[in-house]
Design a protein around this ligand. Structure first.
Ligand SMILES: Nc1ncnc2c1ncn2[C@@H]1O[C@H](COP(=O)(O)OP(=O)(O)OP(=O)(O)O)[C@@H](O)[C@H]1O
Ligand SMILES: [Mg+2]
Length: 212
């Protein structure tokens, strides 16, 4: 479903970060672990087509994403990829349900209220449906980020430090939900994190990055 080949990224005036090759099948999962500054967010942004790779190749659903022009990449991302960012991105003037409806439209889909309600119920935040995101706790916002990333049923779900600010109980709750929903929807799941608590949840599906 996703394969990387000799990936490298160089920030303008920065040093070059090289990433090991990996491959993930549909519905499979991978935990990418590494210390702060080793390039985890950079790798996630490369996989999501938010940054162009300097060298190497990323293939998603048989498509070499480096061949896509910016607009084509936006369309491809809308159709195939959901991203949970390190910092949540919501429209603060829209309610929780409106944010999700907006994400559906941005992904070229019609508003599907039953899909919105299904995810909000599954994630335990249905009572916030008609409230503004800023009225929610940090953990609830994190769950809304999960709903935003999943709304268009992506084949690939990318998550950047989804548990970093959570205590043990909530960290495992979020990970269990991510694994469960990804499995239910047959989405491949890639998590990048420095949170080594998650190792036990991913056992032989772990890739460790070294510091640069
Ligand atoms: N816009 C930028 N310009 C230049 N260098 C950058 C830029 N963004 C990140 N870097 C550098 O690239 C390296 C990787 O950064 P990245 O954000 O991918 O790390 P990370 O592993 O996600 O760290 P953290 O665990 O703290 O989130 C770091 O050394 C960082 O200083
Ligand atoms: Mg990061």
């Amino acid at each position: 479903m996703i394969q990387t080949n000799q990936l490298q990224y160089t920030y303008p005036k920065g040093s070059t970060i090289s990433f090991p090759d990996f491959e993930i099948s549909s519905g499979d999962k991978l935990l990418i672990l590494g210390p702060s500054g080793c390039g985890k967010t950079t790798l996630l942004h490369l996989l999501g087509g938010l940054l162009p790779c300097t060298n190497g190749k990323i293939t998603i659903n048989q498509k070499d994403i480096s061949t896509l022009k910016s607009k084509e990449m936006d369309q491809f991302r809308g159709d195939n990829i959901g991203i949970i960012f390190q910092k949540p991105h919501f429209a603060q003037a829209l309610t929780v349900a409106e944010n999700l409806a907006f994400a559906q439209q941005a992904g070229g889909k019609k508003t599907d209220k039953s899909r919105i309600e299904h995810l909000l119920s599954k994630l335990g935040i249905i009572k916030h449906k008609d409230r503004l995101p800023q009225k929610m706790s940090e953990g609830e916002k994190q769950r809304l980020s999960v709903a935003m990333a999943l709304i268009n049923k992506p084949a690939l779900l990318l998550a950047d430090e989804p548990t970093a600010s959570l205590d043990d109980h909530h960290a495992f709750e979020v990970i269990h939900l991510l694994k469960e929903i990804a499995a239910e929807e047959n989405s491949a799941l890639v998590i990048v994190t420095h949170d080594s608590r998650l190792k036990e949840e991913f056992k032989d599906h772990i890739l460790t990055l070294k510091s640069i």
